[in-house]
Design a protein. Structure first.
Length: 457
């Protein structure tokens, strides 16, 4: 998911709309904005894309100097309006809205306890647990209530919380999901999942929130604190750099495009191929393919064209739509591929079904050899921290060797970057600051391996 918030500007909801536009790649199922005029919060949430949901009259109905927004794709809870965010409630303490990026790993357990205690949940989303814990807290101030609630949840959360007179931003102690602070010239504070949203509204990037940091902005004044226990280590999501974030964004201290290009260069060193040209699977493979080409000296060309009128196939929740997605989304350029030995670079193989269709498409266009190169290691484990990977059984690399996968996707050769090489590319060779559990199986909240380890492969 993607989150955006702003406080201290009369155009708050219009700017949030623009910010969500820039974050659309992080979620395409639903979107919402909640604004505050200082005494009343107003919400608008709908299924669909940002551009289709909001127009001038809708935004005019969201007045005030502060707003938060959310674009969603489902990792916890189904794809339905009741799960759209920001969540917005009225409780004994007043009005409150929450926008959440990430996934809580103990939400089911907490929900069970809360329900046993009489709580009535309005959605299936893990985020609602935070709201219930907050509303039930006996602490004196809003911030104390929020901290008490967050101390009970485990997992990934970058959060924006809006009340009548405050905007609070929090990043979980392991720093799993990104969150960046910016500032407009006129003085408003802005928060966003990615810097590309700040760039769009011409806000200056101030800095990323620290893992475990909480910012409170009230009456134009910003306070910072670190209310949580220090974690054993950081766990910034390496897959943000591999696939999820937009290449023009900088996150976890590095520009995504440059990191992806380095992944491609490393891949070329580790998995060279004898070929006439390098092509990318657009858009996610482009930066790595350019890196591969520069490192190997094999010319880069455009062998696949992407339709810009279909979304990210990965984000389509239904297998049936994904199936059609490939041809709808990509087509081969025969004149480029005919008679050529081609290196094809993509970011990841998940089920293998897309890759198989792409390889077949490239061969049908006349390529004589296809050498598939992947800028992440084999995806063997599901993510519990906010990226929608399927179950272990569906992950082709969990049940097949690289040779078997090559055969399945009908590639003449297949090579993945190593985990060590990926660590190098993100500037953390020992992977002390990054989570890479979907590749390594080393979940940083330990107990998660247990149920998955039992899966029959
Ligand atoms: P596959 O060959 O595994 O079907 O698809 C590979 C391509 O689609 C990659 O570009 C990958 O980013 C994307 N993809 C397809 N389905 C999923 C999914 O369920 N999760 C993730 N993370 N990526 C997917
Ligand atoms: Fe990111 Fe993978 Fe870790 Fe999930 S398991 S947070 S996708 S690195
Ligand atoms: Mg892709």
């Amino acid at each position: 998911c993607g989150i955006f918030g702003i406080v201290g500007n009369a155009e708050a909801s219009n700017l949030t709309y623009l910010g969500l536009h820039a974050l659309q790649h992080r979620g395409q199922e639903s979107a919402g904005i909640v604004s505050s005029d200082g005494s009343v919060l107003r919400a608008h949430r709908q299924m669909g894309l940002v551009a289709d949901i909001f127009d001038a009259p809708v935004l005019a109905g969201l007045p005030g100097q502060a707003a938060i927004g959310h674009v969603r794709y489902s990792t916890a809870g189904g794809s339905a309006l009741k799960n759209a965010q920001p969540i917005f409630v009225q409780y004994a303490g007043g009005q409150c809205a929450i926008a959440h990026n990430g996934n809580l790993v103990n939400a089911a357990e907490l929900k069970e306890q809360l329900e046993a205690d009489g709580a009535i949940f309005q959605s299936d989303a893990d985020t609602e647990v935070i709201m219930h814990l907050l509303a039930r807290s006996k602490q004196a101030t809003f911030e104390q209530k929020l901290v008490e609630a967050l101390r009970r949840v485990k997992g990934a959360y970058s959060l924006l919380v809006l009340t009548e007179n405050k905007l609070v931003a929090v990043r979980d102690p392991m720093g799993i999901r990104p969150l960046v602070l910016g500032r407009l010239k006129e003085g408003a504070y802005v928060l966003a999942s990615e810097t590309t949203a700040l760039d769009l509204i011409e806000a200056e990037v101030v800095r990323e929130l620290e893992p475990g940091e909480m910012l409170v902005i009230e009456n134009g004044v910003m306070r910072t604190s670190r209310p949580f226990e220090e974690p054993k280590r950081l766990a910034q999501c390496i897959f943000e750099h591999v696939y999820f974030a937009r290449p023009d964004s900088s996150l976890f201290g590095k520009n995504v495009y440059e990191v992806r290009k380095r992944m491609g260069m490393q891949l070329a060193r580790e998995q060279p191929a004898d070929a006439d040209l390098v092509i990318a699977v657009p858009d996610s493979g482009v930066a790595a393919a350019i890196g591969f080409s520069q490192q190997s000296g094999i010319p880069y060309d455009v062998g696949l064209i992407r339709s810009h009128y279909v979304g990210r196939t990965f984000i389509e929740p239904q297998q049936s739509i994904r199936h059609f997605g490939v041809k709808l989304k990509l087509s081969a350029v025969r004149q480029v591929l005919k008679g050529k030995r081609v290196v094809v670079v993509d970011d990841s193989i998940v089920r293998g079904t897309t890759s198989r269709k792409i390889v077949k498409m490239i061969k049908a266009a006349g390529a004589v050899e296809v050498h598939l190169r992947i800028s992440s290691p084999p995806t063997k484990w599901p993510c519990y921290y906010g990226i929608d990977t399927p179950s272990r059984q569906e992950l082709i690399a969990a049940t097949h060797t690289t040779d078997e996968i090559a055969k399945y996707v009908t590639a003449d050769s297949l090579g993945y970057i190593s985990l060590e090489g990926l660590g190098e590319a993100v500037g953390d060779p020992k992977r002390e600051k990054f989570c890479s559990a979907c590749f390594s199986g080393q979940y940083l909240m330990g107990e998660l391996t247990a149920p998955e380890a039992d899966v029959k492969l």
